[in-house]
Structures are given as C-alpha cells and as structure tokens.
Write a protein that binds this ligand. Structure first.
Ligand SMILES: NC(=O)c1ccc[n+]([C@@H]2O[C@H](COP(=O)([O-])OP(=O)(O)OC[C@H]3O[C@@H](n4cnc5c(N)ncnc54)[C@H](O)[C@@H]3O)[C@@H](O)[C@H]2O)c1
Length: 240
C-alpha cells in the first residue's frame, strides 16, 4: 500500500485531501497540531485500516524529523507528501508583530520546507514520489492585510519550481496548487458583505470546496500526471 502524508490533514481542505487519497488506495498519515476532535472524527470516517494520525507542529523541524523517521521505521518511506498545513494572521503590515510575522512564515513556508526535506531521502531510495504544496491565489495576486500570508504562499511557489528542477530526474514531481476562495474555517470569519463582493469576482459564481482542491491532488498523484512537474495549478473558479 502506498503511503501519503497530509499536513494539517484532519480538517478543511486537508480533510478532503486525506479522504480522497484514502479512496484512491493510499494509507494516509493525517498530521495535525491541535484540532483533536477533528482528528478523531477523520479516523472514524476513513477507518483505522487506512488512516493514522500523526501529531506534530510542521514549523518545528525536530518534531517533523522525529515523526517522519517514526513513520518510515514502522511503515516505510512516504510516497506522497501534501504540504497543506497553513495559518493566517491578517492585518496591515504596520500592525504586525515580529512574532506574528515569524509564525506565519514558519508554519506556511518553513513547515513545507522541513517536511519536504524529511521525506526526500526515502523518495530517492524508492526512486519516486510526489510532493504537492498547497499555496494560494493570494501568493499570485496579493491582498491588502495579507502581506505575510502572501509572502509565505509566493515563497512556496518559488520553492516548488526549484525543487521540481532538483528532483525531476529522480522520478519525484513537485507541484503547487493555488486555491481561490474555499469554504473552510479559514474563510468562515469573513463578514457577509465581503463574501458577497468576492462572489461577484468568481466567474463560476460559487465558492470552492475542499473537494475541488482534492480533485486536483488526486490527478497529481496519479500515474498519468508523471509529466506534470513544477506546475502551479489554480483552483479558483476563474478568479485569476
Ligand atoms: N480556505 C481557503 O480559501 C484557502 C485558499 C487558498 C489556500 N488555502 C490554504 O489551504 C490550506 C488549508 O487551509 P484550510 O482553509 O483548510 O484551513 P483550516 O484552518 O481549516 O485548516 C488548516 C489546517 O492546518 C493545520 N495546522 C495549522 N498550523 C499547523 C502546524 N503548525 N502544524 C501542523 N498543522 C497545522 C490546522 O490544524 C488545520 O488542520 C492552508 O495552507 C491555506 O493557506 C486555503
């Protein structure tokens, strides 16, 4: 059975990705750092025979390395890594503290870098693998109040394109997905007025779902997607 690790994989977009990969026949390691309730519910939905929870903070390199080492020693190396864990700390740049700035970059960008570093050796030995980074439309078009989030997500795009060039010859592909507005906890606190004005800018006239993003992950992990490498795939209903 092939192994997939989905960071932040127990709720929101990550939950849809975990469920989709399990349906595709992967054994899924669903990472989380809090959200215990969501984590337990996910295992109930997928089943203990196809899913295991792994608790670590993606922004903590020691925790990342120790957890991935444990997975590899007990189950084998990871075939698919989906770097999905992410946070926002939205405010005007002038108001953001060093701690806020550092945390968003650490989780969104360093987290993906640490997890990728930790799985690559195993993928090289296995002579194959897939790394998928969940970036954001905000990393492509920018947004006031989201400077650091945008920097972290744009950074992920550069990371994706460069790592794709490092690993392509080893049968390991690295791609990014840039979701637009997806209905999850991350977007639920926007007020109704902003939501309605955003809706007007989405050509397909609806917000996206976690399943819309998971469908592209499903394609990227397939055999057929082996020639897709270093790509940045928008899932935004035509917003950009
Ligand atoms: N919702 C959207 O509209 C949207 C749009 C574009 C991109 N994204 C990106 O998609 C990804 C998932 O977002 P979502 O909307 O499902 O958000 P969410 O808040 O519902 O889920 C984020 C997940 O990441 C986990 N997480 C946060 N910090 C972590 C850490 N340090 N270590 C491990 N896990 C951690 C959370 O526990 C949670 O499970 C994020 O990277 C986000 O930036 C979301």
């Amino acid at each position: 059975m092939k192994l997939a690790l989905v960071t932040g994989g127990v709720k929101g977009i990550g939950k849809s990705i975990s469920i989709t990969l399990a349906k595709e026949g992967f054994f899924v390691f669903a990472n989380y750092s809090s959200s215990e309730d969501h984590a337990k519910r996910l295992v109930e939905v997928i089943g203990e025979d196809k899913c295991k929870l792994v608790k670590f903070d993606v922004g903590n390199r020691e925790q990342v390395n120790a957890s991935i080492k444990q997975i590899e020693e007990s189950f084998g190396s990871v075939d698919v890594l989906v770097n999905n864990a992410g946070i926002t700390k939205d405010d005007l740049l002038i108001r953001l503290s060093e701690a806020d700035i550092e945390r968003v970059l650490r989780v969104n960008l360093l987290g993906a870098i640490f997890c990728s570093q930790a799985v690559i050796r195993g993928m090289l030995k296995k002579r194959g693998g897939r790394i998928i980074n969940i970036s954001s439309i905000i990393g492509e078009i920018g947004n006031p109040g989201q400077t650091i989030y945008a920097a972290s997500k744009a950074g992920l795009i550069g990371f994706t394109k460069s790592l794709a060039k490092e690993l392509g010859s080893r049968n390991i592909t690295v791609n990014a997905i840039t979701p637009g507005y997806i209905e999850t906890d991350m977007t639920s606190n926007l007020n109704e007025e902003i939501k309605q004005s955003m809706l007007k800018s989405i050509p397909v006239s609806r917000f996206g779902s976690g399943d819309d993003v998971a469908a592209v992950v499903k394609f990227l992990v397939s055999e057929e997607a082996g020639y897709v490498n270093g790509a940045v795939i928008p899932v935004n209903g035509g917003m950009f």
